[in-house]
Design a protein around this ligand. Structure first.
Ligand SMILES: Nc1ncnc2c1ncn2[C@@H]1O[C@H](COP(=O)(O)OP(=O)(O)OC[C@H]2O[C@@H]([n+]3cccc(C(=O)O)c3)[C@H](O)[C@@H]2O)[C@@H](O)[C@H]1O
Ligand SMILES: Nc1ncnc2c1ncn2[C@@H]1O[C@H](COP(=O)(O)OP(=O)(O)OP(=O)(O)O)[C@@H](O)[C@H]1O
Ligand SMILES: [Mg+2]
Length: 246
């Protein structure tokens, strides 16, 4: 695991240097994936790395957890609260849809949630431009394979260092890096609505997704959910579709 960490740190350094930029930043949620990335980028660029806490109607416990992550790696941090921005933007959009008579209440929760992720992405790029840093993503192999991320939201990043690691391997790396145990043990959540957990929403578990990725047998019900998610999200792993040249 130490070797894997060293390789990733070197790769992160190469990516920023090759881009002619000064360092790296990541959104720190208080979850394990961004905790691992925060530790890695701090090692890669001790004086040119930043963890950005971006509350957006978030549970205050998440902010506390994010601060613990920041403290555990000693990375420089900043907080940008997006709650009001989201409120204004989302209600303006809703008002326009309502006055057009086109408002679809069934899509409200998802539209609200994905706007949070995309506001975070926009904020990270604004801060990154200021410092001349690249934006580092946190998707692991399980999230990437199933497309369990918001297109151009948390999926809108420059680098994806964890994309070959299963959730289990992310946990092992977190221990190696010194991420606090309470962060490692927390139930994975996108935090996009009250009480959301990844495994409830997906209808399967990271344990099953990890096994499937390693080619192990899993129950047919789980295999079907995972493969359906993978197929439906193919567009998220590709560039925008373009028509053939005429
Ligand atoms: N075939 C196709 N070809 C090209 N584009 C296609 C498409 N099908 C849909 N699309 C486009 O993609 C959009 C749907 O994708 P998207 O906007 O991503 O939305 P969607 O996949 O529906 O929702 C995002 C999911 O990721 C989860 N999430 C988000 C953020 C963070 C985390 C986390 O773990 O922290 C999890 C979230 O809870 C939710 O389940 C459609 O609105 C449409 O614009
Ligand atoms: N409140 C937040 N502040 C800053 N960044 C956030 C916040 N919420 C989400 N993000 C960003 O979105 C990413 C995707 O969230 P995701 O839940 O998949 O990862 P995580 O929270 O780090 O780990 P876990 O999957 O265990 O919850 C986060 O890793 C982080 O970079
Ligand atoms: Mg999370």
């Amino acid at each position: 695991m130490q070797e894997k960490v060293d390789k990733l740190v070197k790769w992160l350094q190469d990516q920023a240097n090759d881009a002619g930029l000064k360092g790296l930043l990541v959104g720190v949620s208080g979850g394990i994936d961004s905790a691992v990335v925060a530790h890695l980028i701090k090692r890669a660029f001790p004086d040119n790395s930043l963890g950005v806490i971006l509350p957006c109607k978030s549970n205050p416990n998440d902010q506390e957890a994010a601060q613990k992550v920041i403290d555990s790696c000693g990375i420089k941090s900043m907080t940008v609260d997006l709650t009001k921005t989201h409120e204004v933007m989302f209600s303006t959009i809703q008002d326009q849809l309502k006055s057009a008579g086109d408002y679809n209440e069934n899509q409200e929760k998802l539209a609200d949630a994905n706007l949070r992720a995309r506001l975070r992405m926009s904020t990270l790029y604004s801060v990154g431009t200021n410092y001349k840093y690249l934006v580092v993503g946190t998707d692991n192999a399980a999230e990437w394979y199933t497309g369990y991320f918001t297109k151009y939201g948390d999926g809108g990043v420059d680098l994806v260092p964890l994309v070959h690691l299963t959730k289990g391997e992310v946990r092992d790396m977190a221990r190696e890096l010194g991420v606090p145990e309470e962060i490692i043990e927390k139930k994975p959540s996108a935090g996009l609505w009250e009480g959301q957990t990844d495994e409830n929403e997906m209808g399967t578990s990271y344990e099953m997704i990890d096994k499937h990725l390693k080619g192990e047998e899993i129950p047919e019900k789980d295999r079907k959910i995972i493969e359906d998610m993978h197929k439906k999200s193919a567009h998220k792993r590709e560039l925008a579709a373009a028509p053939p040249e005429s």
